[in-house]
Design a protein around this ligand. Structure first.
Ligand SMILES: Nc1ncnc2c1ncn2[C@@H]1O[C@H](COP(=O)(O)OP(=O)(O)O)[C@@H](O)[C@H]1O
Ligand SMILES: [Mg+2]
Length: 383
């Protein structure tokens, strides 16, 4: 069977700005694929090209094997659900859901049966006569979903459909969305900037950065085996440390960080020892122990910051060469260091991965900084 959606080297420019560069990916029929990336990376642009709401400057789009690049939106077998729901304010829930079917000139009996089924599916049988302004945000979003699903599109495009909902409702809608997709077997392309949402829902995730798809894979794989510094910091909130590769035996490498040896995984083929590398280290994978002058043989550092986040404490440690890293540890009385305390820093080899530095600037750092700022804010509130 051909892929449900396939894009081939799509390019989209707005003036001199390249919103999408060489975007190629495939989605299998029935798959839940998420486009994940920070604001402005090109997610909506990519979705609009697939829907036919915009035309690419280069590249092709195929739906179920058919080239649709030159077809207008209304002839493409896809439906789009936008963040803003876009319900018709003068139609009640029932008529909103029936809208597409009426336009397709389905028989009244078919329309009635299909709308009833959709109302039941999204749990809004009791709200069918209500108008959008009489519905909560979550209910409106369910009407929008039901309206899109009623026409049984083979492909549903969802652009941050849950972004406007409060966290609890959002979690419930995530579960409902996933089970709806499972029941109906519809192909979903779901857009979000929220890594947790992407990890929870997706069969596969395509990570976008500056208009490029930088890595595609199942959630566990992206989390465990990030290929670029950006993916490592965006998906795993990894620490990014500069070091030098010392030696390598197949996938196991020894790196030098701040003059000390540490282990890391190295998956890229052809990479050789002796070169500068970026190592992504998971905060949950970092171990800290009190160090004194005599046991401090490995990597050591000094505590510079302590943040309480839920059940964890996030300790920021400055290494002798000035680089800092964060360790997330469970609360324990034996791990209550003062600011300035000397600690031994270590990790299991699987907690550290050598990644490709990003071509463009230090946005990864600013993303990590922004997250740290946010955590700092939360930490202050808790203290
Ligand atoms: N109609 C437009 N005109 C000019 N620039 C645009 C337009 N649409 C999007 N862009 C720019 O293209 C980039 C990608 O935008 P978008 O696809 O909306 O990002 P995302 O959905 O990932 O937040 C952004 O820099 C944005 O400012
Ligand atoms: Mg967008």
């Amino acid at each position: 069977m051909p892929p449900a959606v396939e894009t081939l080297a799509l390019v989209k420019r707005f003036g001199s700005h390249i919103a999408l560069a060489d975007a190629s990916f495939q989605v299998e029929a029935g798959e839940f694929l998420t486009l994940l990336g920070p604001s402005g990376c090109g997610k909506t642009t990519l979705l609009r090209l697939i829907a036919g709401l915009d035309r690419p400057d280069a590249g092709r789009i195929r739906l179920a094997g058919q080239d649709v690049t030159d077809q207008p939106a209304y002839r493409r077998p896809v439906h789009t659900v936008f963040q803003s729901y876009a319900l018709f304010p003068h139609l009640n829930a029932y008529d909103n859901i029936a809208f597409g079917l009426t336009r397709q000139r389905r028989s009244p009996a078919v329309i009635r049966q299909r709308v009833e089924a959709m109302l039941a599916l999204v749990g809004l049988e009791g709200e069918r006569w209500r108008y959008p302004h009489e519905l909560s945000g979550g209910q409106q979003q369910r009407v929008a979903l039901a309206r899109a699903l009623a026409c049984e599109p083979p492909v549903l495009l969802l652009d941050e459909p849950l972004a406007a909902l409060d966290p609890r409702l959002r979690q419930r809608m995530q579960r409902e969305l996933k089970s709806l997709q499972h029941q109906l077997g519809t192909t979903f392309i779901f857009v979000t900037h929220d890594q947790t949402e992407a990890l929870t829902l997706s069969d596969r995730i395509a990570v976008l950065h500056n208009g490029r798809i930088v890595q595609t894979g199942p959630p566990q794989k992206l989390h465990a085996e990030p290929e670029t510094a950006f993916v490592a910091s965006f998906i795993g909130n990894c620490n990014l440390l500069k070091g030098e590769a010392r030696s390598r035996q197949s996938e196991m490498a020894t790196v030098v960080i701040a003059g000390r040896l540490a282990p890391a995984l190295w998956r890229q083929d052809g990479a050789a020892a002796g070169q500068p590398v970026v190592i992504a280290v998971r905060p949950e994978g970092v171990q800290l122990e009190s160090a004194s002058g005599d046991n401090a043989s490995g990597l050591t550092g000094r505590i510079v910051e302590r943040l309480y986040v839920g059940a964890d404490t996030r300790w920021t440690v400055r290494l002798p060469d000035g680089q800092t890293l964060v360790a997330a540890l469970r609360h324990e009385p034996s791990r209550a260091w003062e600011i300035g305390a000397l600690v031994q820093v270590s990790w299991q080899p699987a907690a550290a991965v050598i990644v490709t530095p990003d071509e463009v600037g230090d946005e990864t750092e600013s993303a990590a900084d922004a997250e740290r700022e946010e955590l700092l804010g939360q930490g202050r509130q808790l203290e």
